[in-house]
Design a binder for this molecule. Structure first.
Ligand code: ZN
Length: 167
């Protein structure tokens, strides 16, 4: 029976994500499986556009920042004391959380070092693609019923499950 994308199905897609200049943002041939039905496993606009389709369906969408990685938030650009960071420090290094950021553990925001001075370090907690429009293109590879466990967890399991959500 040919399954259609619907709430409670796990959808495997081969996809390409490109920035506004057309640069590929993931490995070529990237594949992901997500649980359909508003679980946040994929961009909501993509999820909406895939509903009702089956294997072989192709989709190409331009996503505005608010539909992709969010708008750029200037409040997440922070200046922190140099001595709060390791001695060896380079622009581009990334840290989970910074001093003064309440979120921690799984909620910790990733900050990227964007500037280093004698006494201070500038870090940016925005996603690297925040504020950017991206191009999303995908082909549906497989649609199957989610297992009870997947529905309980709210995410897909198996080969193409997103990193960190294998269990
Ligand atoms: Zn799980």
């Amino acid at each position: 029976m040919a399954a259609r994308v619907d709430a409670g199905t796990v959808v495997t897609i081969a996809y390409e994500l490109r920035d506004a200049d057309g640069e590929l943002l993931d490995e070529p041939g990237a594949t992901v499986a997500y649980l359909h039905g508003g679980y946040g496993g994929i961009f909501p606009k993509v999820e909406a556009a895939l509903a009702g389709h089956g294997p072989g369906h192709e989709l190409a969408l331009s996503l505005e920042p608010e539909d992709a990685f969010g708008d750029y938030d200037p409040a997440l650009l922070r200046v922190e004391p140099r001595d709060a960071f390791p001695e060896v420090l380079q622009v581009g290094m990334r840290f989970e959380g910074v001093p003064g950021d309440e979120a921690s553990g799984d909620d910790a925001r990733i900050y990227t070092v964007t500037g280093i001075a004698d006494e201070q370090v500038v870090v940016d907690g925005n996603h690297p693609l925040a504020g950017e429009r991206v191009w999303f293109r995908c082909t549906v590879r497989e649609v199957r019923e989610a297992t009870e466990e997947e529905l309980r967890h709210g995410h897909a399991h198996g080969e193409h499950a997103p990193e960190g959500e294998e269990g």
